[in-house]
Design a protein around this ligand. Structure first.
Ligand code: GRF
Length: 222
């Protein structure tokens, strides 16, 4: 099967127009905004969508001068209609790619099909271990010695899809759940902008369900 290279059209173009989906505090959103402002990520966050009206991430968006939208699942009779509204907002803002950053719901095929291989998610464990909403706590409770962070392409399952980036975090004997959370978040805030930059650079090739990061020299057309 031929490799599909994601994001190719941005390689020599302007910044990737990014939509970010959140549910909560938005520290990953902030890391993405900061990386874009500091020139480490060739992207403009053009819209932030939250499924909670009181998500602090919406305040972060406002402070950064980014459009924020609250989409209430309860207002839509079907999951399909709810996702159709999310898609409508992403298209209104001419989004090129989507980052799920603590968005605690699945994305429907309506959205995923509109952005093939251009929707990333972050998970606070080394997938496929400890999927689900409490990845840090589950790894801690299990007693593993190594956990970490995964950035992966989203599909219609929770915490599934080709892995773009992973970094391990050791659980030391003197760690607490709080110190582990802090270490995990530090890694998240570093590797999510990095993986998004690879996407913006058109450097992620997906083949047989696996993502491969291309060195610049291998980029098609170079
Ligand atoms: C992060 O740990 C992320 O991995 C998980 O939810 C948390 C969101 O945190 N999916 P924040 O809203 O980015 O602060």
């Amino acid at each position: 099967m031929a490799e599909k290279v994601t994001g190719k059209r941005w390689v020599d173009g302007g910044p990737m127009r990014l939509g970010v989906l959140i549910s909560g505090s938005g520290t990953n959103l902030q890391a993405i905004i900061d990386a874009a402002e500091e020139g480490r990520l060739n992207a403009d966050v053009v819209v932030v969508i939250s499924n909670h009206h009181d998500a602090y991430g919406l305040v972060r968006a406002e402070k950064a001068g980014i459009a924020g939208e609250f989409v209430d699942r309860a207002e839509y009779t079907t999951f399909r209609a709810y996702n159709a509204r999310i898609l409508e907002i992403l298209l209104e803002h001419e989004v090129d790619a989507v980052a799920m950053a603590g968005y605690m719901r699945l994305l429907g095929s309506e959205v995923l099909d509109a952005f093939p291989d251009r929707v990333l998610n972050i998970h606070p464990a080394l997938l496929p271990s400890f999927p689900g909403p409490s990845g840090i706590r589950d790894a801690w409770d299990y007693g593993v010695k190594v956990t970490g962070v995964t950035v992966h392409f989203a599909n219609e399952q929770f915490d599934d899809g080709p892995i773009a980036a992973q970094e391990a975090v050791r659980i030391e004997e003197d760690d607490t759940i709080e110190s582990l959370e802090a270490k995990i978040h530090e890694v998240e805030h570093r590797i999510y902008p990095m993986a998004l930059q690879w996407l913006a650079q058109g450097r992620i090739a997906i083949e047989d369900g696996k993502a491969r990061i291309l060195p610049f020299a291998e980029l098609p057309g170079r």
